[in-house]
Design a protein around this ligand. Structure first.
Ligand SMILES: C[S@@+](CC[C@H](N)C(=O)[O-])C[C@H]1O[C@@H](n2cnc3c(N)ncnc32)[C@H](O)[C@@H]1O
Length: 232
């Protein structure tokens, strides 16, 4: 499916800075343990019988981390060059070029969804439909781990000068409300203190959600086993 224009533009911007971004992101992941702190909980909550998806996976280092924890992993991104790097560097997970708003997956396919600093590039008015799409492909009870630059409590989502592509600093309340409307309820949150962000002094939020209700379906309904090929 062709990408909507702003997502194609985001992908092209990351293509342009692929090596620079890869160096930054992989170094950040290995040197900042607090930003990885909820990944073990996400792994334990994910249904091991189903694949998990890293939406906006970039160079694939978080996919590789999840893969070493024993999960089947699908990385999706809009940047062809970052995906090429990911496939070359991390042979375990599968990597696909697709939008996180239009996932090429059947309903209830995934055992979990992780979006590490990628929802920041979704315009705020598209966040509700994005969560609805995630809820569609997630199995009941499945965890969602969303990480983002956080606004102060009580303040609004606003744009910031991201080095690669237009981005927003989200208000946790705004995201929790939008997620709740899609059936994704807050299970836990980790706020990394602003003093840990030496560059901008911003809080970073790692928000763990779980799919509790799905419109038109009972939350506890039994779900058929996924087909071996989980891409539609
Ligand atoms: C800040 S980077 C984060 C990459 C990686 N998750 C990490 O933690 O290093 C944002 C990533 O999200 C991807 N992205 C942005 N909008 C997207 C969308 N609508 N669908 C899929 N990927 C998207 C970008 O191409 C980029 O790789």
């Amino acid at each position: 499916m062709p990408l909507p224009s702003h997502e194609a533009a985001t992908g092209a911007a990351y293509d342009h800075q692929a090596q620079r971004y890869t160096d930054f992101a992989t170094h950040h992941h290995t040197t900042h343990p607090l930003h990885r702190a909820l990944i073990p909980a996400f792994t334990d909550l994910a249904d091991p019988a189903r694949p998990v998806a890293d939406l906006g996976c970039g160079p694939g280092h978080v996919c590789a981390d999840l893969h070493t924890r024993g999960l089947r992993v699908l990385g999706l991104d809009v940047s062809a060059r970052l995906l090429a790097h990911a496939r070359h560097t991390h042979p375990g997970p599968a990597f696909v070029r697709a939008s996180m708003r239009h996932l090429p997956l059947a309903p209830s396919t995934l055992g979990g969804i992780l979006a590490h600093y990628s929802l920041i590039h979704t315009p705020p008015d598209q966040v509700p439909e994005t969560f609805t799409e995630w809820a569609r492909v997630l199995a009941p009870g499945g965890p969602v781990l969303v990480s983002f630059q956080s606004q102060e409590p009580g303040t609004h989502t606003e744009p910031f000068d991201h080095a690669v592509a237009p981005a927003h600093r989200h208000s946790p309340e705004h995201l929790v409300r939008a997620a709740g409307a899609a059936g994704l309820s807050e299970a836990a949150r980790l706020l990394v203190h602003p003093s840990q962000d030496l560059r901008r002094g911003w809080a970073q939020m790692h928000l763990l959600l779980q799919l509790t209700t799905v419109s038109g379906r009972s939350p506890n309904r039994s779900v058929p086993a996924p087909s071996p090929s989980f891409l539609t």
